[in-house]
Design a protein around this ligand. Structure first.
Ligand code: NAD
Length: 284
């Protein structure tokens, strides 16, 4: 019961990582405000746990973020933990095709939303011992290759925002950290492709299969993997951490594929095979 009596706000709580984290906070005693664009989804999460209040909130609308934080604070005299997590794939157009409006929408959804979440939560967190914020970044912030460019740039911005606000809020005793999920089996992929509902189960089974072999830890990443990391950062066990980011990715960013996958030989393996008389390019 690490969060007994704490007031916790989670955005993007109707699905995936946000849902798992909201339920974990609730299981450990928190009063959770489960906010999402998808109010029906947030309500069904509220029905799954105790002390969860579903709130309709579009994190692209600053007035709705303020209303969310004010509602949570009014109910419990302040806010203890905020998990700024809502998100989606954003504009996936390549850099030589993306329009300014699509770029801006992606930044509003993934970066401005986090800044404004902090902006409107902090006035309610200043007098709360142990108050802290966790922001969802991504391994896409590590470098290219994991996501479209606009998404990756926004998620890198979330890391920098985390560090800057950790220093700004230190005098108030408020910690700010980030989590960087790897490939996690949620609806984010099928939603990005706007897949018809009757294909989603099949697609998720395929994601499960592919993501089981995408990194050194040979299983799919699941929402609870991230929820556990967020809860650690938000709990007293993380009380010496601020401005930090936890990469939770099954090791996908640790090194090139050949360093952990025997089926993917690297340059040295190729040269050794050549030295042993193999014919380059034939596999013999
Ligand atoms: N799944 C992954 O592999 C992965 C990897 C790295 C980072 N992330 C990040 O994790 C976070 C959660 O994503 P997920 O994978 O759980 O996806 P998800 O699609 O399962 O959940 C995202 C939730 O955010 C909500 N949402 C979307 N736009 C919103 C808005 N404008 N206002 C309020 N709510 C909104 C959706 O309704 C949904 O409930 C996102 O920030 C995402 O970028 C996911």
């Amino acid at each position: 019961m690490r969060f007994a009596g704490k007031c916790v706000v989670v955005t993007g709580a109707a699905s995936g990582i946000g849902r798992a984290t909201a339920l974990l906070f609730a299981r450990e005693g928190a009063h959770v405000f489960a906010a999402d664009l998808d109010l029906a989804g947030a309500k069904s999460v509220a029905a799954e746990g105790e002390n969860i209040t579903a709130v309709a909130c579009d994190v692209c609308d600053v007035a709705q973020i303020k209303a969310l934080m004010d509602q949570a604070a009014a109910a419990h005299g302040g806010i203890d933990v905020v998990f700024n997590n809502a998100g989606a794939a954003g504009d996936r157009a390549p850099i030589d095709e993306i329009e300014a409006a699509g770029w801006d929408r992606t930044m509003d959804l993934l970066l401005r939303s986090v800044a404004m979440g902090i902006r409107y939560a902090v006035p309610h967190m200043k007098q709360r011992p142990g108050a802290n914020i966790v922001n969802t970044s991504s391994i896409a912030a590590v470098g290219p290759g994991y996501s479209p460019t606009a998404y990756a740039v926004a998620k890198a911005g979330v890391l920098h925002l985390t560090k800057c606000t950790a220093t700004e809020l230190a005098p108030h005793g408020i910690r700010v950290n980030a989590v960087q999920p790897g490939f996690i089996n949620t609806n984010i992929f099928t939603s990005a492709l706007e897949m018809p509902a009757d294909m989603v189960d099949q697609a998720k089974a395929m994601i499960m299969q592919v993501s089981s072999h995408a990194q050194p830890v040979s299983r799919a990443g699941m929402p609870d993997d991230i929820a556990n990391a967020v809860a650690f950062l938000a709990s007293d066990a993380g009380s010496f951490m601020t401005g930090a980011s936890l990469i939770v990715d099954g090791g996908i960013t640790v090194g090139p594929r050949h360093s952990w996958d025997p089926e993917a030989p690297g340059m040295f393996d190729a040269l050794q095979a050549m030295a042993e008389g193999a014919v380059p390019g034939t596999g013999q």
